[in-house]
Design a binder for this molecule. Sequence first.
Ligand SMILES: [Zn+2]
Length: 171
Amino acid sequence: MNTIDHPLDQLSAYVDHELDESEHERVDFHLDECESCRALTAELTEMRSLIANAYQSIEAPVRMEQHVMSIIEQRSSDPMIASFGLTAVPIAGLLLLFLVLYLYGSVALNFLSITFSFIVTSAHVFSHIASSTPVMWGAIFLIAIFVFLLSGLSLRRILRGTMTREGGELI
Ligand SMILES: [Zn+2]
């Protein structure tokens, strides 16, 4: 087994398009040759989009809160519905509370999923290190990582399923 120089410290910058042209080409070239770095790059790309999604879900409740507040303001400024508006405020407040609980629930799930991605990505990095340690210990370590990866991936799949269902209901 020959020693290959994996550009592990550059992969994150590669995914974020932060490398200069020659570095980017060098990583590109390495990814063509190296399957484990390709897998790691795919994990990093997925983690990046999960983080982006989580931030979008945080923005959503802010906009919805403004929308609900503007409806309350419209109603209470109309003298015909002003008295009705008094009863509408606590109802709208309750609805808003449920909405925030509901939306922040899915944000919490997103962050759980990101944590799992992070653990899986770290496991990839460790498997790189394990491949250069003595064969017996390396094999034991890789088996442990494999079992860990499988449990992590299946948990992540369950979480992603829950997230998709929630996303569907929101639209
Ligand atoms: Zn590599």
